[in-house]
Design a binder for this molecule. Structure first.
Ligand code: ATP
Ligand code: MG
Length: 372
């Protein structure tokens, strides 16, 4: 069986360090490993519209930002197909059929959907009789796990590299695949989730210490941030609120600076930028004991992040001067993606027995039956 990757991002803002460690760096590595037959990377504009229906310009403006972030991180359009979700209309048709295989109750139990409804304040209407701020959950948003299942299965993806917040989505996709194949015969490929190996990268916290760095929470370090912005954000990062004086013992758990060092630092960074410590463990040990200030740790983190971000920034500034070419890449990718999805849709329609015109046996049999 072919090894195929599908992942993507919502064009609701620029990409940040959470995207990088959660999924993007994995994609680049997998792309360059040469072990995969096809890699599809989707800019999920249709999904972004499910909770931004009133703000299409936000989505429109951010498509190029996400594309620039991909290219500057090393996604190579010769090796990977970057495409725009709404241009592959086959995906919507697939989702429509999959809706029959999922219950409302099952969607309501999806923990990511629950958390995201909460986060966006959609749930605040409750059953309240007259709440003027009533928003409610758009049906499209509520059903986005189903649309994600069609994105994944349309490309017959075997591997989906994502952050830990996407685990329930993958589970839901796998259920849909089982149900479909059991009902209509073996047709769809069951995908596997690929989580980051480093546990600090599964769900990178925000600079404010909140559970997840997220565009919607405004607690991000963006891949396109200037060196000055990165420095400012790290210097005001959440650490241990009880670590008031340098000599006080400090807490490493839940301390963002150390979580980020867990995610981004490598042993060789210590020799280069902070030779007082052999490695991160030695630094943590000193911090716990007391006598190590936040500023020193933050300076190390700034150096480590700069080493990562400077080349990304540089490649970005090249592509920023070639925007027409980037759109051409997206157009070509979208055409290619569409052809793949159309082939899967054909299999799906055949399996579901809704391919009437192709079915000469059906037509002949009914002709016979009615002629009698
Ligand atoms: P939004 O707030 O619009 O949902 P987001 O910042 O959550 O945006 P998505 O586009 O929903 O970003 O996520 C894209 C991919 O990045 C997914 O694979 C997701 O798991 C991963 N990801 C996003 N944030 C993080 C994070 N903080 N840590 C690890 N992975 C993340
Ligand atoms: Mg998200």
């Amino acid at each position: 069986m072919k090894k195929i990757i599908l992942t993507g991002d919502r064009p609701t803002g620029k990409l940040h360090l959470g995207h990088f460690v959660g999924s993007l760096s994995n994609r680049v590595e997998l792309q360059n490993s040469g072990e995969y037959d096809d890699i599809y990377i989707m800019i999920a504009d249709a999904q972004a519209l499910t909770d931004n229906a009133d703000n299409p310009d936000k989505v429109r403006e951010n498509i190029i930002e996400v594309a620039l972030d991909y290219l500057s991180c090393g996604i190579d359009p010769e090796k990977s197909t970057i495409f725009i979700q709404s241009y592959v209309s086959e995906l919507t048709e697939l989702a429509f059929y999959y809706m029959n295989l999922v219950t409302v109750q099952r969607l309501q139990r999806n923990p990511t959907v629950k958390a995201e409804i909460q986060l966006r304040g959609f749930a605040e209407n409750g059953e309240a009789e007259d709440n003027l701020q009533r928003k409610g959950t758009p049906v499209g948003f509520f059903t986005y796990p189903i649309s994600q299942a069609s994105d994944i299965t349309a490309f017959r993806a075997t591997t989906v590299p994502v952050g830990a917040d996407q685990e329930p989505m993958l589970e839901q996709t796998r259920e849909i695949v089982h149900k479909f194949n059991a009902t209509y015969g073996p047709t769809l490929v069951e995908p596997e989730i690929m989580l980051p190996k480093n546990s600090a990268c599964m769900r990178l916290p925000g600079t404010d210490g909140k559970a997840k760095m997220s565009k919607s929470l405004g607690n991000c370090i963006y891949l396109s941030d200037s060196a000055a912005d990165v420095k400012k954000k790290v210097m005001s990062m959440y650490t241990d609120p009880d670590h008031l004086r340098i000599e006080d013992p400090g807490k490493v758990e839940g301390n963002c600076v150390f979580t980020y060092l867990d995610a981004f630092s490598r042993p060789e960074h210590f020799a280069k930028y902070c030779p007082d410590y052999e490695n991160l463990e030695a630094m943590k040990e000193h911090y716990r004991r007391g006598g190590l200030g936040d500023v020193k740790c933050k300076k190390l983190l700034i150096a480590v992040l700069e080493e990562l971000l400077a080349p990304i920034r540089e490649r970005r500034s090249y592509y920023e001067q070639h925007i027409e070419d980037v759109y051409e890449i997206l157009k070509r990718g979208s055409d290619r993606a569409r052809a793949t999805a159309a082939a899967t849709l054909e299999d799906v329609r055949r399996a579901m027995r809704i391919n009437y015109f192709e079915d000469s046996e059906l037509i002949a049999r009914q002709a016979e039956q009615f002629r009698k």
